[in-house]
Design a binder for this molecule. Structure first.
Ligand code: HEM
Length: 428
């Protein structure tokens, strides 16, 4: 299985089926130097067992980087705090994150609900104003919304959105993509600039006394000048991670949910008519088309999964997308069914000690975004020019584009027309 092959980039599920059908479900991909793990039970175990499947190389490029790019990457001295951290650093920095970043449904609603609604309304109104046009929902909605939300949460000015989007896209291509050497150098330089930018954000907050309610101020207040709690570079590293993890993932969820809903028009009209359907729809999208469908770990010792023994020091790609289609865990797994009782078993937010800290925020954003967009533009439909394809990447399943026609029936009175929406009451 080659995650960069054309078939994987247009129809990953057929690849997942093949590897799941293999009697072992574990396969060494020699050209990538990665062990591919597909079964639900194996992926879940690897995510949970941080002592055997460590995170140290989770954010290290999947391929051999050319020396000039590597020398730039080596200058990025961001300390590992989240996805790339192992004990004892990870439990300490995770504690800091849990204290400063809302991560339960109630706290997310209280801390971020107003931000999300304001940003959703802003973007939905902009789309409504394009009645009759063809739009690309990826840049115009799915990517922009979570990025604006995470900028608000971190207290970063809107003016920096374009730059941050380019840096974050570059980071994802550099780590999990397949750029050529010249591109590697360009992306590595961008990543170094991005890191310096995050350091500068923290420096400015320290200078101004970090009295605000933004994440960086909260983290600085939490550390209380005590490096054994959290160091200043660790605060910058948390911001560096959140700016990427907080938007590229939710952008993927929104894109997949819109794709699933619009490619079967009855689904879109059902959501428009009853926003109460949205949470289950989002849950099944997470399972069926996860925004992150492969995640890296490295073994600290020899480990046996089923009949296959993986050596120590091996990089493993945990195929979350395949695990979510494992018939051992899900009934009729290739069917998109928002009413399935087993949907909660999906591994799209990971599992165990590194479980996604932003899961609650992602669900809130997707719920409000879908219900308000469907209410405002019930006639939204995919353009005949839309052909599904994904960016070459082993972790992030991101659409190239999602072309749609904005069609608002004359009789429709969406939130933009009424000056406010009530859909979130049902969707929340
Ligand atoms: C649909 C949206 C999202 C998906 C699919 C997703 C997926 C994931 C996955 C697969 C992991 C790794 C879990 C593991 O190793 O067990 C993770 C970790 C993480 N996610 Fe998310 N995520 C999403 C949204 C967000 C958001 C909105 C934020 C923050 C604003 C966020 C922040 C993080 C952080 C900081 C970690 C690392 C946690 C740790 O290592 O302790 N994610 N996410």
């Amino acid at each position: 299985m080659n995650p960069f092959s054309r078939v994987y980039l247009t129809d990953p599920a057929s690849m997942w089926r093949r590897i799941l059908d293999d009697p072992d479900g574990v396969h060494y991909a020699e050209d990538l130097g990665l062990w591919l793990i597909s079964r639900h039970a194996h992926v879940r175990r690897a995510l949970a067992d941080a002592a055997t499947f460590a995170n140290a190389l989770t954010l290290a490029p999947v391929y051999e980087v050319c020396p000039p790019a590597l020398s730039v990457i080596m200058q990025i001295d961001a300390p590992p705090t989240t996805a790339a951290a192992d004990p004892p650093t990870h439990p300490r920095t995770r504690r800091a994150l849990r204290a400063t970043f809302a991560n339960t449904a109630e706290r997310v609603e209280a801390d971020y609900g107003a931000i999300v609604r304001r940003r959703v309304d802003q973007l939905v109104s902009r789309l409504v104003a394009r009645q009759g046009d063809q739009v690309d929902l990826i840049p115009d909605f799915a990517t922009e919304l979570p990025l604006l939300v995470v900028l608000d949460i971190l207290g970063v000015p809107d003016a920096d959105i374009g730059q941050i989007r380019r840096w974050a896209d570059g980071q994802i291509a550099l780590i999990w993509g397949q750029p050529d050497p010249a591109e590697q150098v360009r992306l590595a330089k961008g990543l170094l600039e991005f890191w310096h930018y995050c350091e500068e954000l923290v420096r400015q907050r320290m200078e101004s006394g970090h009295q605000g309610d933004d994440f960086i101020s909260r983290a600085l207040t939490y550390r209380d000048d005590d490096d054994s709690v959290l160091t200043v570079p660790e605060v910058a590293s948390l911001a560096f991670n959140l700016l990427v993890a907080g938007h590229e993932t939710t952008a993927g969820l929104l894109a997949h949910a819109l794709d699933q809903a619009l490619s079967t028009p009855q689904r879109w009209s059902a959501i428009a008519a009853d926003p109460g359907l949205v949470p289950a729809f989002v849950g099944e999208t997470l399972r069926f088309a996860p925004a992150i469908d492969g995640w890296l770990r490295v073994t600290t010792r020899e480990v046996t999964l089923g009949a296959v023994t993986i050596p120590a020091g091996a990089r493993c790609l945990l195929l979350i997308g395949a695990a979510n289609r494992d018939p051992e865990a899900f009934h009729d797994p290739d069917r998109f069914d928002p009413h399935r009782p087993d949907v909660g078993n999906h591994l799209s937010f990971g599992h165990g000690p590194h479980f996604c800290i932003g899961a609650g925020l992602a669900r809130l954003e997707a719920g409000i975004a879908l219900s308000r967009l469907a209410e405002a533009i019930p006639g939204l439909r995919l353009s005949p020019e839309q052909h599904r394809s994904y960016k070459p990447n082993v972790a992030f399943r991101a659409h190239h584009r999602l072309l749609a026609i904005v069609d608002i029936p004359a009789s429709s009175e969406g939130p933009a027309a009424r000056g406010g929406a009530t859909a979130e009451v049902h969707a929340g």
